[in-house]
Ligand binder design. Structure first.
Ligand code: 5GP
Ligand code: MG
Length: 464
């Protein structure tokens, strides 16, 4: 059975003055919806009350489906966390939704996690050794249980979090809520993004800066790789003991995953994508009449390609934005239909034209194969495919949803063969070196293109 690989988004808010923050959590989750469309949830508490309790609502579905006016009205508090979740496997069950809320020696502990832990076997074995009766294979749950266990012998919850984080291998952006604290942790490699913001006296942590904008909050800074931030009534403190030299920021955030208006680790996602398009033209020029991008994530790179080449940019597709990402459809035939339902060609734009078609990535090849067919059917004379990332060849163990390399077309076929399959006139990819240039001096993780897993690898590929 293949495991759960997920892409997620997290948000945490603490208003020490006592302001109700539930609607801000909701806005934050709405703007992180692109990071996960399978499930979502909010857990809140009111630190002003004598009897501290946590209210949690979570379910399968989009943020707008799970939370109605009524459900939101039923939640209130000044400290809370939220989560959006995505998973590719069939295990999209309610039990896997987050935030997780569990009882521990100090009351209730809530946790939301973005990323994937690779040493889950080790973590589970340690819990079993210490006498815990344990069934879960879910990495986030293992983290929560370790924190709860460590809390017993620690002087604070942040110390228990630190002791736990020391043992984790892999990717984690965590927001944790103890009865009166908000804690945020970013793994020492900085694989997944996490940033800090403020709205008046209210502190916010979120996967991406776009979430801060949505609440009218100001961006303070990125949480540093290996930093543990603790926010209490007294203010904000940091523990940097996990920091290390080597970083491995997920470059796929810039290529595809993050929202176009986010800024991660000092680099604007928009700039990185424009740059990728410019470099694509520089390395792989072509004569054509128009440049177009696959909505939404291919558009900025297409603009970059158009800018560098002088070939006019045009919109060749209309996107129906009311349909989820095609990846969600489980079977291959449903996936193809998904592409056609989501995108339709503007015939007048492409008829008799030589078209440059830019997308951020080819994973299984479904999207490209369908789009090339659609373009040719609409009368395009030539279709030159330019991909703003290198061939996607290796699975990600750090939270991107590609389940196994069997499904990755580039592990089975050369670029030439892929081009034959998808029916393009030419097909060119961005190189790993050029990709590094889009991320400037940042130390990036390129494991999905190179197979170099800087932050550790799962010993057993069959487990999530
Ligand atoms: P393919 O159709 O080749 O399997 O997938 C390529 C398309 O999926 C591209 O248009 C790209 O924007 C999108 N894509 C790439 N990576 C991911 C991912 O990790 N998750 C989701 N949902 N879509 C992705
Ligand atoms: Mg796409």
């Amino acid at each position: 059975m293949s495991g759960v690989h997920e892409e997620c988004g997290v948000v945490g808010i603490y208003a020490p003055q006592g302001e109700d923050i539930v609607r801000f959590l909701y806005y934050g989750l709405l703007s992180l919806q692109h990071r996960g469309q399978e499930a979502c949830g909010i857990a809140v508490t009111d630190t002003g009350r004598d009897e501290l309790d946590v209210n949690c609502i979570k379910d399968l579905g989009l943020v707008s489906e799970v939370f109605s006016k009524e459900t939101l009205a039923a939640l209130n508090g000044n400290l809370g966390i939220g989560h959006v979740r995505y998973s590719t496997t069939g295990e999209s069950v309610r039990e896997n939704t987050q935030p997780l809320v569990l009882n521990y020696c100090k009351g209730k502990l809530s946790l939301a996690h973005n990323g994937n832990i690779v040493n889950t076997d080790e973590l589970r074995e340690e819990l079993i050794r210490t006498g815990a009766i344990f069934h879960t294979t879910m990495d986030s749950e293992l983290i929560a249980f370790h924190i709860a266990k460590n809390r017993v012998h620690s002087k604070s919850v942040e110390e228990a979090v630190y002791k736990t984080a020391k043992k984790l291998k892999g990717a984690y952006g965590l927001v944790i809520m103890s009865p009166k604290k908000l804690i945020a942790v970013r793994d020492p490699f900085g694989i997944r993004p996490l940033c800090l913001g403020r709205r008046g006296k209210t502190y916010i942590v979120a996967s991406e800066s776009c979430a801060l904008n949505s609440m009218g909050a100001e961006f303070i800074r990125d949480i540093e790789p290996g930093e543990i931030v603790t926010i209490t009534e007294e203010g904000i403190t940091s523990n940097y003991k996990l920091k290390q030299e080597t970083k491995a920021h997920c470059v796929f955030e810039y290529i595809y995953f993050a929202r176009l208006d986010s800024v991660i680790d000092g680099i604007k996602v928009y700039d990185a994508r424009i740059k990728a398009g410019e470099l694509l033209y520089k390395r792989h020029p072509v004569d054509a009449d128009i440049v177009t991008g696959v909505p939404e994530s291919g558009i900025a790179a297409a603009k970059g390609f158009a800018k560098a080449s002088g070939i006019p940019f045009d919109l060749a597709f209309h996107k129906n934005s009311y349909i989820g990402r095609t990846f969600i459809k489980p079977s291959q035939s449903e996936r193809s239909i998904g592409v056609q339902m989501k995108l339709s060609v503007l015939e007048e734009v492409v008829k008799d034209k030589r078209v440059v078609l830019v997308d951020d990535s080819i994973v299984r090849g479904t999207t490209m194969e369908n789009l090339v067919k659609m373009l040719k059917k609409a009368g395009a004379k030539e279709v030159h495919i330019r991909i703003s990332s290198p061939p996607f060849m290796y699975p990600c163990y750090y939270g991107v949803d590609v389940p196994s390399n069997k499904e990755l077309i580039a592990t089975r076929k050369s670029a030439e063969k892929i081009n034959e399959t998808i029916g393009g006139d030419t097909l060119e990819y961005l190189s790993v070196e050029d990709l590094q240039e889009t991320a400037k001096g940042l130390m990036i993780c390129t494991a999905c293109f190179t197979g170099e897993y800087k932050a550790g690898q799962k010993s057993n590929d069959n487990e999530g």
